[in-house]
Design a protein around this ligand. Structure first.
Ligand SMILES: NC(=O)NCCC(=O)O
Ligand SMILES: [Zn+2]
Ligand SMILES: [Zn+2]
Length: 465
């Protein structure tokens, strides 16, 4: 069994910061010992990593990605191969992607298609959620079987009528089913019926630029849908996880539900924490790069999101990585913002952007690891195998240099997309080494992994409840 020692670093988990030497045996962490143990005892190992002055942190868990997702007549530009490689570059060692049930088809067909896309192609480990597009008696029954197989979370949409949309009755039925089988309902909370009216009116009045995408997807319509989702979950007796929360009033809805003791959880994404409607308003159609749903909000919303993350009103930061190239894909919406494919790239930058948030004082180091590693792992039934550093857990480990300086750019990123949403942004901190189940994937600033190393991980029930 191959052995690796990481010595001299500061091991940071969601609960502790300790200077320790870490021994990896095969794919697992075998021991943590006082600093200097390795030097004194001479642990036998094939590989020694000097982490002096560096952080030793769990690999990131990104619980919201869309590799090769079909949307608006095109596909998200990252494949499982390119997207998981980019994830590895950024210190993320597990993704949970969304398999999609097509209208009129079974969950199984959708799931099989996603297994086919991912199998043998991933650089790091992966699991699946299931998007329910067609809630009916048979798909409800299938939910039970999927939960038993390790697909333990289901996304429903209150937006996108005619595509992914479920009405309140369908949502209630799915939540009731989840309350019986232990599954977790993830909600895209925007009132899509009302939004479509506003889209139609905007286009009829000649308001066609990307910034109107943000205008029509009103804060009130995110807050209203969030409130409705909470009440439906309450009636069903089911837990609820609200994805990509962007608006202060939606955070308030989640906080109010949690205050009442309801099992309601919230996720936000780096784009809502670092970008704003100013980006959507960039001239020459450049705003299209920032079209995603829920939309970017005015800067004032960011403080509520940071506060929510600090106070545990929001538990997780995922990327909602869903990249479309500016050229040829985002451009499909020139003259009609509603035809711009929704989604932004980000899987590579989440750990760095959140470290920047530590540097800027928004969150503590341990909260960084909680929201990016431990909480998503617990929320989606992967903990403690993923999301922490402890004996017996998978050796998904990042050696992170907190002093290194870097500038994010499309010139240097590894995502398969022709722009960076963070072009020119300076970051203090950088991933130096990444191990996935003990195997080096990033070493000395080079990718040393391979497609197919990443394994499918069936998940348990959510442990956050
Ligand atoms: N978020 C987004 O704009 N695209 C991906 C699909 C979704 O998460 O709703
Ligand atoms: Zn969504
Ligand atoms: Zn998404």
């Amino acid at each position: 069994m191959s052995r690796t020692v990481i010595h001299g670093g500061l091991v940071i988990t969601a609960s502790d910061e300790i200077h320790a030497d870490v021994l990896v045996e095969g794919g697992r962490i075998a021991a943590l010992a006082a600093p200097g143990t390795d030097a004194a005892a001479g642990w036998s190992a094939e590989r020694r990593i000097d982490a002096t002055g560096k952080y030793v942190i769990p690999g990131g868990v990104d619980a919201h990605t869309h590799m090769e997702m079909p949307f608006g007549g095109t596909y998200a530009a990252d494949t499982f191969e390119t997207g998981t490689r980019a994830a590895a570059w950024g210190g993320t060692t597990t993704i949970v992607d969304f398999a999609i049930q097509s209208m009129g088809r079974s969950l199984r067909e959708g799931l099989d298609a996603w297994f086919e896309k991912a199998d043998g192609r991933c650089a790091v480990d992966y699991g699946f959620h299931m998007i329910l597009s067609d809630v009916n008696e048979s798909s409800l029954k299938e939910m039970d079987r999927l939960v038993a197989e390790g697909i333990t979370s289901f996304k429903l949409f209150m937006a996108y009528p005619g595509v992914f949309y479920s009405d309140d009755g369908q949502i209630l039925r799915a939540m009731q089913r989840a309350s019986g089988n232990g599954g977790l309902i993830m909600m895209h909370a925007e009132n899509g019926i009302a939004i479509d009216v506003l889209v139609e009116q905007a286009l009829a009045e000649g308001r066609t630029d990307p910034r109107y995408h943000g205008d029509v997807r009103k804060v009130a319509l995110e807050a209203e849908a969030t409130h409705r989702a909470v009440q439906l979950a309450r009636v069903a007796g089911a837990p609820l996880y609200v994805v990509h929360v962007s608006a202060d009033e939606a955070v308030a809805e989640i906080a109010a539900a949690r205050h009442k003791g309801l099992p309601v959880f919230g996720e936000t994404c780096p784009q809502y924490l670092f970008l704003s409607t100013d980006n959507l308003a960039e001239p020459d159609f450049e705003g299209a790069k920032y079209v995603c749903s829920t939309p970017l909000r005015p800067r004032e919303h960011q403080e509520a999101l940071w506060r929510g993350l600090r106070n545990n009103e929001l538990q997780v930061v995922s990327t909602d990585h869903c990249p479309f190239c500016f050229s040829g894909q985002k451009e499909m919406g020139r003259g009609d913002f509603s035809k711009i494919p929704n989604g932004m790239p980000g899987v590579e930058h989440r750990m760095d952007l959140l470290h920047q948030a530590v540097v800027e004082g928004h969150i503590s180091r341990r909260r960084w690891i909680e929201i990016a590693c431990a909480a998503p792992a617990r929320m989606f039934g992967l903990y403690p195998r993923k999301g922490t550093i402890a004996p017996g857990t998978d050796a998904d480990i990042v050696v992170y240099d907190p002093e290194a300086e870097q500038v994010l750019s499309a010139e240097t990123h590894h995502m398969n997309v022709d722009y960076s949403a963070y072009e020119g942004k300076r970051i203090t901190g950088r991933v130096e080494t990444v191990l996935s189940r003990g195997v080096p994937v990033i070493e000395d600033g080079a990718y040393v992994g391979h497609a197919g190393h990443g394994a499918y991980v069936p998940r348990g029930l959510s442990q956050n409840l």
